[in-house]
Design a protein around this ligand. Structure first.
Ligand code: SF4
Length: 191
């Protein structure tokens, strides 16, 4: 695995919000979103196989691991995910939906589509739409799923964007079948 960073924190988003988790951030992405912080997935990385990764993270108290990026599904991670599960880890993966097949062994898949004209309908356990105050919400309003659907404001790197947050609050109040996800770690000032 091409790793840019491993850190232990509290999941701030989606269904697992509040859960102490080990975050493994992978190198590389198939997209170049304007709001992305390049340093998360561009630049230096180091490589670990799953045995080495397990050695490195086994001292953490939590058994929940979040594989994020960049875009994890540009790699076939199924063997690594199986290895992690075999020693008791609960493996969550965050994806933009590039290739669900490459991460299908995960216990939990969070899908955050970046192209609202091409929203996938299968292969995930929850879906998270990132909104700014000028997002055209029409494709989101016409989307439905039996999985949890989260609306999350596009934030600054280390702090909430209140304009986008208020837009999302209004959107969820008007459309209560959606749930608000606010990146609580950015309110708490933790990683
Ligand atoms: S999909 Fe995610 S990691 Fe990739 S460029 Fe967009 S925001 Fe950044």
């Amino acid at each position: 695995m091409k790793i840019t960073k491993i850190f232990y924190s509290i999941q701030g988003e989606g269904s697992f919000s509040g859960v102490a988790s080990i975050f493994v951030r992978l190198f590389g992405c198939n997209l170049a979103c304007h709001f992305c912080d390049d340093t998360y997935h561009v630049g230096t990385f180091y490589e670990l196989n799953s045995k080495e990764l397990i050695q490195k993270i086994k001292h953490y108290n939590s058994k929940t691991i979040v594989i994020t990026g960049g875009e994890p599904s540009i790699y076939d991670l199924n063997q690594e995910i199986r290895d992690l599960k075999s020693v008791g880890f609960y493996v969550c993966v965050e994806t933009n939906g590039y290739n669900f097949e490459n991460i299908k062994e995960a216990n939990w898949i969070t899908y955050s589509p970046k192209d609202l004209q091409d929203i996938k309908t299968k292969g995930f356990d929850e879906i998270k739409f990132i909104l700014s105050n000028d997002t055209d919400t029409e494709p989101i309003l016409s989307f439905d799923s039996d999985k949890p659907i989260f609306i999350q404001p596009q934030n600054y790197l280390n702090r909430p964007n209140m304009k986008n947050l208020n837009f999302c609050i209004d959107f969820v109040k008007k459309n209560p079948r959606f749930k608000l996800s606010v990146q609580t770690h950015k309110f708490l000032g933790i990683e």
